[in-house]
Design a protein around this ligand. Structure first.
Ligand code: HEM
Length: 208
């Protein structure tokens, strides 16, 4: 007979485990705190079962990424790999209408060029990697956003860009040089009758 000491489990305990995308969660203690009620975990088709479909029908993937729920995971089903991932860093969401149309696949815009896409992507990476994790952690401890987040935003001159176009952008490297601030000049012709405008006009009220 094997001498390996095994943990003794009650049938009730095992029934409190559920599988979501190959990950095993122990919801014994959590069940009474569950916003959707404890009853869902006691049903025959939930307790001890693979509830991936039911879970994703009622929750966002992000729920499982919250630290207090990550802690509920006690294991992984042998030989299986989780298949469902949230948004990858910097990627555009594939959820219909979750993104502005100019970012969606197959959409061509007369206004947005490659440089706009590069700026959008770099900004999203910064938000995904620096801003979002800090926001989640501050949500937990109730403290103010970390100074390091503001510093990283300032490094790429994000604060300056958020103030819109203007002189304050002159000479700055924006988002590590992805965007170059343009200077528009207006000089009078020699006869003083006309203006010569150099640069790009981005907005024309009433199209006039
Ligand atoms: C580890 C497992 C689970 C966790 C961490 C969890 C967490 C949560 C959270 C945080 C909410 C609040 C709403 C939200 O933020 O989305 C919620 C709501 C809910 N959950 Fe769960 N849940 C789990 C499993 C399940 C399962 C297996 C079912 C059913 C089969 C279920 C059914 C519901 C229902 C019915 C609601 C209420 C939805 C509403 O009011 O619109 N949950 N759950």
């Amino acid at each position: 007979m094997s001498t390996k000491s095994l943990r003794t489990l009650t049938r009730e305990e095992v029934a409190k485990w559920i599988i979501i995308d190959s990950k095993v969660y122990d919801v014994t203690r959590f069940k009474d705190l569950h916003p959707g009620g404890a009853a869902v975990f006691l049903e025959e088709e939930t307790s001890g079962q693979d509830v991936t479909e039911a879970f994703y029908g009622l929750h966002l993937h992000e729920v499982l990424l919250r630290p207090q729920y990550q802690r509920l995971q006690i294991g992984l089903i042998e030989g299986e790999e989780p298949q469902l991932h949230g948004n990858l860093t910097g990627e555009v969401s594939k959820v219909p209408y979750a993104e502005p149309s100019w970012l969606s696949e197959g959409y061509h815009s007369a206004y947005f060029k490659e440089s706009h896409r590069q700026l959008q992507k770099a900004t999203r990476i910064l938000v995904d990697e620096i801003v979002y994790p800090d926001a989640q952690a501050r949500e937990q401890d109730g403290k103010r956003p970390s100074q390091s987040v503001f510093d990283r935003m300032a490094e790429v001159n994000l604060h300056a860009m958020r103030m819109g176009p203007g002189k304050h952008l002159q000479g700055l490297s924006l988002m590590n040089g992805i965007v170059t601030p343009e200077e528009t000049t207006a000089t009078k012709t020699e006869d003083g009758k006309h203006w010569i405008v150099n640069g790009h006009k981005k907005w024309i009220t009433n199209g006039m």
